[in-house]
Structure formats: structure tokens, C-alpha cells
Design a protein around this ligand. Structure first.
Ligand code: ZN
Length: 475
């Protein structure tokens, strides 16, 4: 296998090489940007989904699944939304040999599929709140360079859609989504920013959008999810109406919460290193790999011991894989390090005779675990591994930002920049031009990412109070 490019100096090349060599995704399918989920990638995806489902259902959301095809007239009902999406959709115009009377859109997102049905489901205030989510594939005709997990045309997509009694209740739902995402990100070991996007960059049709971004090297960031408050922007055109207790009629206020396979790309991007992918145990396709170290005359004894230890770990609820192939141990270490498995257990004859195995975590730390208390030893190593992996990600996150006080500092920046911004659109665009990227928005929650947050607008010099924003080049 080819050596990996340098993560710091050639991030994109490094990322693509890791995804390919770790066999997380196969890009050789015959449609650009539509990639094949490999067995190994699917294992990671399942854990991603499991964590998303656990956290969203804990907030009272229920799973649904809507069809993938949307009639064109439904798709066109909310005019801001259609403006934002019509250049990105795949159309279905034929059924067999016949032209369809009503052309169909392959969902790029599901507002326009779901809301005509919400109009049937929502009748009374007793039907609210209505909180449902689905995990489906969405399709976008992406014209830029596609990249596995990060920019694709067929997207493994999580989307929550809700109806609330009024604007304040919808704001509460946004808060609840932000809290749910905090727990998901905790499980993924991902530090991130929650930023309220400037108006010109909000989701098409939204009242406002809050996006989650992570720094991925230099001045680049990656958006890994978003929450939107729609007010009644969709419930009006889609005729979603409920009757209040006093008999009056109202449009519910709506919210959405979107995540995708991009989270898997983010996990690779943030935790990966010079040896390949690194998965926190929460999402790792396998948490533990067992490698028997054969020695002359052991007649397969280390192999059968390794097999029995793997079974013990499986019975304890661990995801363990046994690599008892013919390759030399060194080649196996290399392969499983590339694949990002958190913990390797080496089962050698001498250690086994003294009742131990050697444990090496993906941060390179070597210890000994007593076979008698294997389950507890593994638990302890994985807990320490997750904690220290997160600490490393936090340290890199803290180093990713720099305050800028002059527009001239933004060009060619090697960090995501913290800038004062008065909130005026003209100043926002001046900042975007200066950094040759985007004004990501104003922090919604959480502590400041850089000390000495600026109090004056970097573009016009007006006082901004405590308001500041992040500027970066989206990946
Ligand atoms: Zn300004």
C-alpha cells in the first residue's frame, strides 16, 4: 500500500487516501459522487445511525419514512426553497416508455415530500408537537468535485421535521436539537462550533439556520450538521393548519434538524493521523483486533487462545475481530492501524503462559492485560483511549482559531479567523472577499474559541459589543 500523504500539508489527499486504503468507501461506481458502502464502512455507519437514533428518540422524536419521489408541483410550493434547490435536483420524467404527466423530483431534502402529508396529520392542537425523523438517502446534483462522505450526490441523510404550536415552542425545539447534537458529538469525540449563519447563507426557506462546523486544517472548515427554524414559512404554502383549544385556526411553526454521512468523514478528518483512520470506540467498526503471534512449535495454541478470547469479548458485548490469517504480525498491525481499530491485543506464547496478553492502543500505548480479567482490562483501556483521543481533538480544536483585527490579515490565513462583525451584510461580504471564503456566522452557544474576542467590526470599525463571527474557507 502506498504511503499516506502528509495530513498537515496535503489534507485533502491524505483524507482521500485514508478513506480508500481503510476501505471505508468504494468510489469506483459508475456514477460520479455515488459511492459504494463497503462492509467495513457499513459497520461504522450503523454505529453512527445508532447514536443519532438513540439521542433523537430520547427527545421524543419518532421514526417515519417518506417516499423518495416528490411531485414537481409540491416541490415548487415554497418559492425560496425551490430557488435554493432547483439547480441541484435529479428529475424523473419517464415511467417506462411514457413521459410522466407530472414530473417527479428525487428528494434533495424532504420538506416538500413530508409537508403535504403533515397537512393531513395535523388537525388539532392535540396533534402537536409533531416530531418525526427519518434516515434515508437524498440526492443532489453536485457539480463541484465530489469526495467520499463529504460531498456526494447520493447522501445517507438524517432529517428531523417538526410542527410546534408557535414560534416560542419551535425555538424550544431548536434548543432541544442543539442539546441532542451535543450528546452525539460527545459520542463521536468531536469538538465543534454552533454558528447562526448570516441571512444570505441560511437554509432555503428558513427563518434562521444554525450550523455545526469543525475546523479541518488551515483556514478550512466542514459543516457537519444544521438545525433550522422555519416559523410558518412552509406551513402556510403547504396548508398545515391546526385548531387551538378556543377554536381559532393557526399555522404551526416548524423546525428541522439535518445530519449526514459527513459525520463519518468528520470523524476520519479529525481523529486520523499519519498511520490512517482512528475511531473512538463508540463508533469503531471493530473495537478490538486480536492478533496471534505464532512461534515455532506452538502448534496453533496462540491461534486457538486468541479465538477463545475474541469469543469472550463478543459475549461481553464488545466488537472484536480475530486476524488469524497468514500475514506476518507486522503486516497485520499496519493494516488494522490504517483501519483505525482502537485496541490491538497481541496473543503471544510467552505472555499467554504467564496469563497475559499485550495491549496496544491506537495512540501507540503498550500495556499488559491479565487474561483472567480480560473484559475489565479492555474496558479500562478503551475508556482511557476515548478520553485521550478526545483530549487530542480538543487541543487541535483550540489551536485552530486566531483573532484577526484587520481585513488584510485574512488573505492566505492558516487558521480559522475570529473577527468582529457589526452584522451588516456589506461588511459580511467584505470579510468573505478578504478571506476568499465564507463568514460562517455568529456563535450560538459555548465558550469563545479564542481569547480577546474583538469588539469592533473588522470591516467598518463600528463597535460590535460582544458580537463576533468566524470566517473560513469551507472544505
Ligand atoms: Zn461593519
Amino acid at each position: 500500500m502506498a504511503e499516506l500523504p502528509d495530513k498537515r500539508t496535503a489534507f485533502i489527499d491524505w483524507y482521500l487516501a485514508v478513506v480508500e486504503q481503510a476501505n471505508l468507501s468504494d468510489k469506483r461506481y459508475g456514477v460520479k459522487g455515488m459511492n459504494v458502502w463497503t462492509p467495513y464502512g457499513m459497520r461504522a455507519r450503523r454505529h453512527l445511525d445508532r447514536i443519532m437514533i438513540r439521542e433523537i428518540e430520547a427527545t421524543g422524536s419518532q421514526a417515519v419514512e417518506f417516499p423518495a419521489l416528490i411531485p414537481a408541483p409540491e416541490f415548487a410550493k415554497e418559492k425560496e426553497h425551490i430557488k435554493g434547490f432547483d439547480a441541484q435536483v435529479f428529475w424523473v420524467t419517464k415511467g417506462g416508455l411514457n413521459d410522466l404527466d407530472v414530473p417527479l423530483v428525487l428528494r434533495p431534502t424532504s420538506e416538500t415530500a413530508i409537508y403535504p402529508v403533515f397537512a393531513l396529520w395535523v388537525r388539532s392542537h392535540r396533534d402537536l408537537p409533531l416530531n418525526v425523523y427519518q434516515i434515508v438517502n437524498t440526492f443532489r446534483y453536485e457539480t463541484k468535485t465530489t469526495r467520499p462522505f463529504v460531498r456526494v450526490r447520493e447522501i445517507h441523510f438524517f432529517e428531523e421535521h417538526t410542527c410546534q404550536v408557535d414560534e416560542a415552542a419551535a425555538t424550544e425545539r431548536v434548543r432541544s436539537n442543539l442539546a441532542a447534537f451535543r450528546k452525539m458529538a460527545e459520542a463521536f469525540g468531536l469538538p465543534y462550533l454552533s454558528l447562526r449563519r448570516p441571512d444570505w447563507d441560511k437554509f432555503a426557506g428558513a427563518h434562521y439556520s444554525i450550523a455545526f462546523d469543525i475546523p479541518v486544517g488551515g483556514a478550512r472548515t466542514l459543516q457537519i450538521g444544521s438545525v433550522h427554524h422555519y416559523r410558518d414559512n412552509f406551513s402556510k404554502p403547504y396548508g398545515i393548519v391546526y385548531e387551538a383549544a378556543d377554536g381559532s385556526q393557526h399555522h404551526p411553526h416548524q423546525t428541522t434538524f439535518g445530519l449526514s454521512e459527513r459525520l463519518l468523514g468528520a470523524i476520519v478528518a479529525v481523529h486520523g493521523d499519519a498511520k490512517g483512520a482512528v475511531f473512538p470506540s463508540t463508533i469503531a467498526p471493530y473495537e478490538i483486533v486480536l492478533v496471534p503471534i505464532p512461534s515455532p512449535g506452538d502448534a496453533g495454541a496462540t491461534g486457538s487462545l486468541a479465538r477463545s478470547l475474541a469469543s469472550r469479548l463478543e459475549r461481553a458485548g464488545r466488537r472484536a475481530v480475530l486476524d488469524d490469517g497468514d500475514d506476518r504480525p507486522g503486516a497485520k498491525y499496519y493494516r488494522w492501524e490504517l483501519a483505525g481499530v482502537p485496541l490491538r491485543l497481541e496473543v503471544g506464547r510467552r505472555e499467554a503462559a504467564s496469563g497475559n496478553v499485550t495491549a496496544v492502543d491506537r495512540l501507540g500505548r503498550k500495556t499488559t492485560i491479565a487474561i483472567e480479567t480480560l473484559e475489565a482490562g479492555v474496558e479500562e483501556r478503551l475508556t482511557a483511549f476515548d478520553r485521550d483521543l478526545r483530549a487530542a481533538a480538543d487541543a487541535a480544536f483550540r489551536d485552530a482559531f486566531r483573532v484577526a483585527s484587520e481585513l488584510g490579515e485574512l488573505a492566505g490565513s492558516d487558521r480559522v479567523r475570529v473577527v468582529g462583525w457589526c452584522g451588516k451584510e456589506a461588511c459580511g461580504h467584505a470579510i468573505e472577499t478578504a478571506i476568499d471564503g465564507a463568514l460562517l456566522g455568529v456563535p450560538e452557544e459555548g465558550p469563545p474559541v479564542a481569547p480577546g474576542a474583538p469588539s469592533k467590526c473588522i470591516a467598518c470599525g463600528e463597535s460590535t459589543g460582544v458580537r463576533w463571527a468566524l470566517a473560513a474557507q469551507p472544505l
